[in-house]
Design a protein around this ligand. Sequence first.
Ligand SMILES: Nc1nc2c(ncn2[C@@H]2O[C@H](COP(=O)(O)OP(=O)(O)OP(=O)(O)O)[C@@H](O)[C@H]2O)c(=O)[nH]1
Ligand SMILES: [Mg+2]
Length: 210
Amino acid sequence: MTGLNALKMDANIVVLGTDNVGKSAVTVRFLTRRFIGEYGDIETIYSHSFSVDGRELTLSIWDSPYSQQDISTSSSLCEKRLQWADGFVLVYSICDRASFNMVTRLIQSIKATKEYMGLEKVPIAIVGNKRDLHHRRTVLSEEGRLLALASGCQFFEVSAAENYHSVIMVFHGLVDRIRESRSVIKKPAGIKGIVKSMSAVFARRRTDSL
Ligand SMILES: Nc1nc2c(ncn2[C@@H]2O[C@H](COP(=O)(O)OP(=O)(O)OP(=O)(O)O)[C@@H](O)[C@H]2O)c(=O)[nH]1
Ligand SMILES: [Mg+2]
């Protein structure tokens, strides 16, 4: 990327998780800074432009109620989402163990579908929501962190109800991962890189023949 292109980036993000965990609350908090309490059952793809450190970002964020997600590995809906997505936000509630178990299954499903489709690695952020309800907690922070470590995902605990900053970190962190994954795929070796790797090959040949 050079010039103006280096300062602009578009990315598609899909938000998944079981019902009532706060997918819409997290998404709407990020987009509007507000927590409005009730969100309805509408599948929506939001578009949001903003700038960070002088870079212009346009995110498309796909939020849908659990019943419309259809995340089984063989489903064409799931494949459509995976093809479309540059990154995933997987939300569970820290008060709902079943929602955490579903995140584990979602990661497996995303990775399996990705492999089946021959796609590159997809950045994933695991998000434990409803942190304000710590007195009803059934999933420890460490469990979320361990899952993230084991599956190569990012991990955040947030409260969409009480805290805007933590929600911002989720999306900004994921955008960083998306940017990294793109630079790994697209980064050209450049003349310096080519000279360096050729020298390494010849150096190895010289030492091999000693
Ligand atoms: N206490 C608390 N409640 C929250 C939080 N986030 C969401 N909620 C509440 O949890 C309920 C579900 O939130 P939604 O954002 O609609 O959940 P969803 O995952 O989008 O649910 P579906 O679209 O039906 O799959 C609502 O009553 C929200 O007000 C949070 O951080 N803390
Ligand atoms: Mg919703």
